[in-house]
Write a protein that binds this ligand. Sequence first.
Ligand code: RB5
Length: 147
Amino acid sequence: MKIFIGADHGGFELKEKIKDFLVKNKFETEDTGSIVYDKTDDYPDLTINLAQKVTATPGSKGIMICGSGVGACVAANKIKGIRACVCHDTYSAHQGVEHDNMNVLCLGGRIVGYELAFEIVGAFVRAEFSNEERHIRRLEKVLKLEN
Ligand code: RB5
């Protein structure tokens, strides 16, 4: 499964650490930028870049990091087909995939430390949608809102 990872300047340092973690754990990983630290970059530009890659690559997931995770999450959810959330705990990171088919995890580079972030990312990338009837029904209702 392909994992796209991106960040603005607020999440750049954590992105680099998580990228190493994913590669070390043999996940196919693509950095969608920012590739170099740029304190003037804007999270909507970088988030849209990542979100479009996720929607264009069936079965993929994205990890988007800004200072708090909030801006990235707000922007990502504007893209059709994206179900993004800020998760700073492991339960939400896997349950969000299992029940809600979350496909983009947003993190705050100024909020979580590396070790907790690695555990959250691990929970997110390993989780799969449950395909249970009640969750499919609820997701169809979300899809109706999107459309
Ligand atoms: C950038 O300074 C910061 O505002 C951004 O990374 C993010 O936290 C927005 O939600």
